[in-house]
Design a protein around this ligand. Structure first.
Ligand code: GDP
Length: 309
């Protein structure tokens, strides 16, 4: 599996062709998987949470794959689940597979790689997949677009904290987890959770979810309090959505989004292929930017050029 992942991550054209053959021939997973997205700013406790929750899930019989996405990366290869975690128990658990992020690429490339890696680990029998991302840029949206349930990990803080969180991410979060609810921060964490719960009720978006979703819960990944409740909440929401057909509909929509993204990537590749078209494309873009053509005119002219090379 590690070899197959390395293959799909490769940008070499020969590898790409082989990767696509491998992906096309993958068996369909027997049991339905649960795909979890996880986001939070650096230092909020993502690694600690994954370690603690991952061990719980594995102890309960799950086969867990943890993948990291870090497209913004000023960090270099393999740091999000860095060296530290390799010394901890989860990576050594027989039911767990942890794949750190490869070096940074542009978002489209990262999205494709991650979707393909999800397919690989599921075909290999991993029934639970956590896709972890640092809370920056558009990576959360991208991860939400490839998972069933999206978790946002936050640190305890006052009401002001609420203002600081981007509205967009609140809208995609299915479960807000206030981590570090221990020691001196325990009381603050409770207040933060109550503030978020209130805010979430106001902006709740999915009519298809049960009442009270999305919830805001407190936990301490370091000490372990609240993990059982979070896990129970996750499974309850997953069961509900599966039963209501929401997972199936979401995944259909995600496949469509993936298809659209791939069409975009393929068109981009075609337009910037080394055939002299790249410069022509620039010409149309310039024309659109300068006002010489309207953007729709420039786009149509560009497509026309593509049809009659
Ligand atoms: P990440 O950057 O989001 O992956 O955060 P880490 O998991 O590396 O945690 C950052 C720091 O917060 C580390 O020093 C952790 O020990 C600490 N930390 C993580 N979870 C908790 C928690 O539940 N309680 C407390 N008090 N500290 C925590």
């Amino acid at each position: 599996m590690a070899k197959a992942i390395t293959l799909v991550e490769s940008t070499h054209p020969d590898h790409r062709a082989l990767a696509e053959t491998v992906l096309a021939d993958l068996p369909r997973p027997g049991t339905p998987s649960l795909r979890l997205g996880l986001s939070g700013t650096p230092g909020v406790g993502k690694s600690t949470f994954v370690e603690a929750m991952g061990l719980r899930m594995c102890a309960g019989g799950a086969r867990l794959a943890v993948l990291a996405v870090d497209p913004s990366s000023a960090r270099s290869g393999g740091s999000i689940l860095g060296d530290k975690t390799r010394m901890e128990p989860l990576p050594r658990h027989p039911n767990a597979y942890i794949r750190p992020t490869p070096s940074a690429r542009h978002l489209g490339g990262v999205a494709r790689r991650t979707r393909e890696v999800i397919r690989l680990v599921e075909a290999a029998g991993f029934d639970t997949v956590i896709v972890e991302t640092v809370g920056v840029g558009q990576s959360e949206t991208m991860v939400a677009e490839m998972t069933d349930i999206f978790l946002l990990l936050l640190a305890p803080g006052g009401g002001d904290e609420l203002q600081g969180v981007k509205r967009g991410i609140m809208e995609i979060a299915d479960l807000i987890l206030i981590n570090k609810a221990d020691g001196a921060l325990a009381a603050v964490a409770q207040r933060t959770a109550a503030d978020y719960a209130g805010a979430l009720r106001l902006m709740r978006r999915r009519q298809t979810d049960p009442d009270g979703v999305p919830k805001a819960l407190t936990l301490s990944s370091a000490e372990g309090h609240g993990l059982a409740e979070v896990e129970a909440e996750l499974h309850a929401l997953a069961a509900w959505r599966r039963e209501a057909g929401v997972f199936a509909a979401t995944r259909q929509r995600q496949v469509l989004a993936w298809l659209d993204a791939e069409i975009g990537i393929a068109l981009d590749a075609l337009m910037s292929a080394d055939t002299g078209f790249g410069t022509t494309r620039e010409t149309f873009v310039d024309a659109g930017m300068s006002g010489e053509m309207t953007p729709p005119q420039a786009a149509r002219a560009l497509i026309q050029r593509l049809r009659t090379p």
